[in-house]
Ligand binder design. Structure first.
Ligand SMILES: [Zn+2]
Length: 300
């Protein structure tokens, strides 16, 4: 791929789908947004966008909602699994795109795409290995290393890591499968169920705030102990509650004790995303290129 080559990106979201053509620095030169309807209409829109307009793409990256099979070695690679979105369960997304768009294609999850964008252009830009967590309707996560996601069987399901329930906490889990997983205890719906309001209604010195920070601290501590990432980005609607990032960081330091790497106690180790709403489609584009190609001059 030479410097002037264009790459394409598709951010397939639950309500809208974004198509973009840009270069390998992540600069978008043409884009189009459509509502996410049944698969045939969205695929037709994609083909129309990428096959007309005169900009030839040399690679296509797709960041899709899940569950979706991202393992290239799997027989059902690129298929959506069971989903409540009409028409999408079992749909062969990558097969349909390959029939209509003549460019080699890569597939990542929507969370994975955002993580790649943060590593190439945002808060994870100056680290070799980082974790991106989103705390919203659910809890999702991705591990980026040198500009790409770690290879995996299935996309990581960090939200379903089991945590230690606090002694006084009797609230039922909102996860259908687990009584103590992070998502069931402190994703947005779990917070609404247990407190009757979203977290931003509670001050940082409240017991409600401390409970959420403790659980998210446990989740992050598990990730620090397993992966030893150089930074963790925490985004999503719940993470927007003022003061939460600081409180979770304090919980991590407290919980890890002497097993916490010194750097994990430094300010900024846990931080919000740096990119805004374009992260998904930019990350989809950039999953087709290596980190070294997108930013040859690494920031010191
Ligand atoms: Zn769960």
């Amino acid at each position: 791929m030479h410097d002037a080559a264009y790459i394409g990106g598709i951010e397939l979201g639950g309500t809208k789908t974004v198509f973009a053509i840009g270069d390998r620095t992540g600069t978008i030169v043409r884009r189009h947004t459509v509502a996410t309807r049944e698969p045939a209409s969205v695929i037709a829109d994609a083909c129309a966008f990428f096959n007309t307009g005169g900009l030839h793409i040399e690679a296509l990256g797709v960041g899709a909602f899940g569950p979706v099979v991202v393992d290239r070695n799997a027989a059902d690679f690129g298929h959506l699994l069971d989903t409540n979105k009409p028409g999408w369960s079992g749909f062969n997304l990558m097969g349909a795109l390959a029939q209509g768009i003549a460019a080699p294609a890569q597939l990542v999850t929507d969370v994975g795409a955002a993580a790649i964008a943060e590593q190439h252009l945002g808060a994870l830009r100056d680290v070799d290995i980082g974790v991106y967590l989103t705390i919203g309707t659910g809890i999702g996560g991705a591990i980026v290393c040198n500009g790409q996601l770690l290879p995996a069987l299935l996309h990581p399901e960090m939200g379903h890591i089991a945590l230690h329930r606090l002694a006084h906490d009797r609230a039922p889990s909102t996860c259908a499968f687990h009584d103590t997983c992070a998502e069931g205890l402190v994703a947005g719906p779990a917070i609404m169920a247990r407190f009757g309001a979203s977290l931003d209604h509670f001050p940082p010195d409240s017991a409600e705030f401390a409970l959420v920070a403790d659980y998210l601290g446990q989740l992050c501590s598990n990730l620090v102990l397993t992966l030893s990432p150089q930074r963790i980005v925490i985004g999503g609607g719940v993470a927007h509650a003022p003061g939460l990032t600081h409180a979770v960081h304090q919980a991590i330091v407290r919980q890890l004790g002497v097993y916490g790497p010194r750097a994990s106690a430094q300010p900024g180790y846990l931080c919000p995303p740096a990119l805004a709403q374009d992260a998904g489609v930019i990350g989809a584009m950039l999953c087709t290129v290596s980190a070294a190609a997108s930013h040859p001059a690494v920031i010191a």
